[in-house]
Every structure is written in structure tokens, then in C-alpha cells.
Design a protein around this ligand. Structure first.
Ligand code: MG
Length: 242
């Protein structure tokens, strides 16, 4: 069946002999939470205060990168100057504040079922996010307290090189028990995050929860693609039992 083929192709691509998943590493925004529409608005409104024009496409295309990296890149492109990390952080703080003023976003259907299945199979739940928004990270520990341990979360503060570099997912593998790439499954919704998962050589599952065409996520290297977290939850045993 299709998932079997995808996993065989994954093994061939990386020269691995076997796939023995022990952890699932989830991206946060657009994977666990239906939060991207709010992030897009917060990005646009906050950057406008600094004279930076950000389109919806910019917000989706840069999703997953560390916020301060996105800001420095936009400033360089639009103002032709380099700003310090501190300056970028102050701009990011404005974005974070606007995001939180918009209220809490929903957990996607299927996420809790999927996490329950992961734990039932004796596997670890991890979260690997480019976010540096502390209230969001605290919310993870409340919402998923049954399934997720704080020591299994990677945030913008844990790595110097964010997605699309493999570093965040390599850190996730380390935090979830010094795992090999063929022992991890990455779940991502954004092109940069998918590239990071593939660069870390993990089986990378795309869940296309946003407006980008599927092809953009396939071209980023996704091994398997779903449209909803609930569909991934249903197919989960097919993925881990091959
Ligand atoms: Mg995401």
C-alpha cells in the first residue's frame, strides 16, 4: 500500500536498513494548534509598525523559521541594513503581544487521539518549534500534560540555527533519548520545517493545514502527506507497523 512504499523510499533515500520509530516530533503552529491565521495577522500588523511590509505569502513561506531570523531578513531586504539580535527580539516581542491579544487558538481535531496512540505504543511525544513565545510553550505543557514532558520540547532558545537547518530536529532526537534519525517521525505543515525534518533524515510527514499547494510541501521533501491531523491519527498504526 501507499504508506509502505513511502517508507521504503524514505529508507532508500537515506541508505537506512530499517525504520523503528520511538518518538514523534511535532511542530507546534499549524500542526498542534490552528494558529497560523492569527500569526499571519500579528506578523503583518507588528511589522507595519516598523515600516516593514509583510504579505500573507511571506508569513506562510517563512513559517517555522525563528522569528528573529525572519525579521532580520525582512529588514535587510526592505531597508538594506543589518539589525542586531536584540533589535529583532524587540520587534518580535511586539508581534508576540499582538498574537496573544487575539485570544487562544484551537487544538486541531485528532491531535489528542494521535498523542494517546503514540503513548499507547510506548513511544515518546516531542515538540520542536521555531517559536520563542513563552506563553505558547507553557500552554503546551497544560494542554498536553498527559503526553508531553517539558524535557522533550525544543524551542527557538535551544538552537542557534533554526529550521530549515536540521539542528532543531537533531536536538529533538537527542532530547527524546539520543535517538537515531530512523527512530524519529517529524510532523510538519510548513516548507522550511519539512526541509529541516528531511535534513535531519527523519521520516517527515506533512500535514497541509494551510493555503499552500500540496506540491510545495512535496517539493520540500515530505515523505508522506495528509490534509488533516485526524487523517494522520487514523493512519498512525499503518505508519509504525511497516
Ligand atoms: Mg508550523
Amino acid at each position: 500500500m501507499a504508506i509502505n512504499n513511502s517508507i521504503n523510499q524514505y529508507l532508500i533515500k537515506h541508505g537506512f536498513e530499517a525504520f523503528h520509530p520511538k518518538a514523534v516530533l511535532f511542530d507546534m503552529d499549524g500542526v498542534l494548534y490552528d494558529s497560523m491565521p492569527h500569526h499571519v495577522i500579528a506578523w503583518q500588523r507588528s511589522m507595519a509598525q516598523f515600516g516593514i511590509h509583510m504579505t500573507e505569502e511571506d508569513a506562510y513561506a517563512t513559517e517555522g523559521a525563528r522569528g528573529i531570523d525572519t525579521i532580520r531578513q525582512m529588514v535587510r531586504r526592505q531597508k538594506g541594513k543589518d539589525i542586531t539580535l536584540d533589535e529583532a527580539q524587540r520587534m518580535y516581542d511586539v508581534k508576540s503581544r499582538l498574537f496573544h491579544e487575539m485570544g487562544e487558538t484551537a487544538i486541531f481535531d485528532g491531535v489528542i487521539d494521535l498523542m494517546r496512540k503514540i503513548r499507547q505504543h510506548g513511544m515518546t511525544v516531542g515538540v520542536v518549534t521555531g517559536s520563542g513565545q513563552k506563553p505558547l510553550i507553557n500552554r503546551l505543557l497544560t494542554d498536553f500534560s498527559e503526553f508531553l514532558d517539558e524535557s522533550h520540547i525544543v524551542t527557538a532558545y535551544d538552537v542557534r540555527k533554526g529550521k530549515p537547518a536540521p539542528d532543531p530536529y537533531l536536538m529533538g532526537l537527542r532530547k527524546c533519548g539520543n535517538l537515531h534519525p530512523w527512530q524519529g517521525i517529524v510532523v510538519e505543515n510548513a516548507p522550511l520545517g519539512i526541509r529541516a525534518g528531511v535534513a535531519a533524515q527523519c521520516l517527515t510527514v506533512a500535514v497541509n493545514s494551510g493555503p499552500l499547494p500540496d506540491d510545495v510541501l512535496r517539493q520540500a521533501g515530505a515523505d508522506v502527506l495528509f490534509h488533516k491531523m485526524a487523517d494522520l491519527a487514523i493512519a498512525f498504526e499503518d505508519i509504525i507497523n511497516v
